[in-house]
Design a protein around this ligand. Structure first.
Ligand code: FES
Length: 74
């Protein structure tokens, strides 16, 4: 078994590859799916898409999913 670097408290290797999260300066956060998102009020929403765009601007009419409203001029 290859020596897999880990940041887990016990030093155990992760059983699965890490989930990729892509940060962008202006725009959504891209997360490899499937994902479950818990909102501030405790509501949980789920997406089984290959990649999910999470809204960071709060303009989306489909929040927490990005609907590209961040591209509109203020
Ligand atoms: S980041 Fe795209 S609509 Fe908010």
């Amino acid at each position: 078994m290859p020596n897999v670097p880990s940041d887990s408290p016990r030093g155990d290797p992760h059983p699965e590859p890490p989930r990729r999260v892509t940060m962008q300066r202006r725009g959504p956060i891209l997360v490899d799916g499937p994902v479950e998102v818990e909102l501030e009020d405790g509501t949980k929403v789920f997406s089984d898409r290959f990649r999910v765009a999470l809204c960071t601007c709060r303009r989306s009419r489909r929040y927490p999913w990005c609907d590209t409203s961040h591209r509109e001029r203020a």
